[in-house]
Design a protein around this ligand. Structure first.
Ligand SMILES: [Fe+2]
Length: 421
């Protein structure tokens, strides 16, 4: 009798457990990092970026990994520390980190915010003194004029969407249920000086069936809701648009009798996304839709001081190479939406940037007068850098490159937190 044994070939690991998507397994604090070039001395504060980093073994999808914060502290021309900390919460608070009314909040849209310290230690869930009882979008907007925090939450049960407004002190002052037809996947929204803009699109929850809990609907339609920021939920005015998927907005503003809304839009759930402009004619009730560029981009960011008012520049990550649906090479793009000019910053072979943010040189400097900051993974060295670019000379070599003590896994969103002045 002959016996043959054959080893079954192992299942390939999912993308989020391989390469630089794979989690790091420990928390570090390293002081006084090496800098190549010159860090602008006025760049004093902390850059923090959030991202999924499974803590207790593999997760079924990238989006379910525990949140991990990676922070670099810059101080008067020196890189004082790098540290990474898991967000110590029962849910995966892994998408963004913002600061409002003195509180740093790690965010994921399926759970309450989690407060963390300036040293990135978890303090605990934050629910606006009991006012928030459901997950909060990871993309709240801070109004530069009023200091208000505007946001929304979605739910699988009616009301599927709720709009909220907190005042500059962090007190929740408004909560408005918004009527939409189904549990729509609403990741981001936008504000102008007077309005909140809600995106009711044909990407719907299917009851958390994994691995992808959302699906495209051919029947649902698509519309942009315009709600006065202090209006009642039933005051939303809806503007139909062509069906599409919008994960992130860049900004919105009012201009004459119109609202301009810049987003990154895909024609379908899985299609390549482009920088795209909607112009809503408030008098005639119609919307003009047009791409601003043909490149495949995501993670649009602006100078946060322009939130709700006219912006000229949008920074975005261009996906240059996609393998099995996963971006493998990226460059940064800076769009001048006034002239249509687009500038690239390419970090070179094997150097892959994440989301890039803009930091003004001073609180009152012009929109383009400042720095673009991001983490860059170097595939050749299997480690990462924090890179500071001159935003006004975007294609030029970096002003400063901070050598980090480890690779920073690809993540999601980050922000710059200047020292309170
Ligand atoms: Fe996002």
């Amino acid at each position: 009798m002959t016996t043959t044994t054959s080893a079954a070939s192992p299942e390939p690991l999912p993308f989020h457990l391989t390469g630089n998507f794979a989690p790091v397994l420990d928390e570090l604090i390293v002081h006084d990092l090496d800098v190549t070039g010159t860090l602008p001395p006025e760049l004093t504060g902390t850059y923090v970026r959030n991202g999924p980093n499974p803590r207790n073994g593999p997760t079924p999808t990238w989006f379910l990994g525990h949140g991990m914060l990676h922070g670099v502290r810059l101080e008067r021309g020196r890189a004082r520390w790098y540290r990474n900390r898991w967000v110590d919460a029962p849910t995966s608070s892994n998408t963004n980190i913002v600061r409002h009314a003195g509180k740093m909040l790690a965010l994921v849209e399926t759970a309450l915010p989690v407060a963390v310290s300036d040293e990135l230690e978890t303090l605990g869930a934050f629910d606006f003194a009991g006012g928030l009882t459901r997950g909060m979008t990871a993309h709240p907007k801070i109004c530069p004029s009023t200091g208000e925090l505007l946001f929304f939450a979605y739910s699988l049960q009616p009301p599927f969407v709720t709009y909220y407004r907190a005042d500059a002190s962090g007190a929740l002052v408004q909560s408005e249920p918004i009527q939409v037809g189904s549990p729509t996947y609403m990741h981001d929204f936008a504000i102008t000086k007077r309005y909140a803009l809600l995106l009711d699109l044909p990407v719907l929850f299917n009851g958390w069936r994994t691995p992808v809990p959302i699906q495209w609907s051919d029947d649902y339609g698509a519309r942009i809701g315009v709600l006065p920021r202090d209006g009642r939920g039933d005051e939303v005015r809806w503007f139909p648009i062509a069906p599409c998927s919008i994960v992130h907005t860049a900004n919105a503003y009012e201009e004459g009798g119109t609202i301009v809304l810049d987003v990154v839009r895909a024609p379908h759930l899985d299609g390549p996304s482009q920088l795209f402009r909607y112009t809503l004619d408030l008098e005639r009730g119609v919307v003009h839709e047009a791409p601003l560029d043909a490149r495949h981009v995501e993670f649009p960011r602006i100078d946060a001081r322009r939130t709700g008012s006219a912006h000229r520049y949008v920074y975005a990550l261009e996906f240059c190479d996609i393998v099995n649906g996963i971006p493998t090479d990226c460059v940064l793009r800076k769009y001048d939406v006034t002239t249509g000019r687009c500038t690239v910053h390419d970090f070179g072979p094997g150097r892959v940037s994440g989301e890039c943010i803009f930091v003004p040189r001073t609180p009152s400097s012009d929109e383009d007068d400042g720095y673009a900051i991001c983490y860059v993974y170097d595939r050749n060295r299997n480690t990462s850098d924090l890179v500071v670019l001159d935003a006004a000379d975007f294609a030029a070599p970096a002003l400063a490159t901070v050598a980090l003590p480890r690779r920073i896994p690809y993540g999601i969103h980050g922000n710059w937190f200047p020292d309170p002045g």
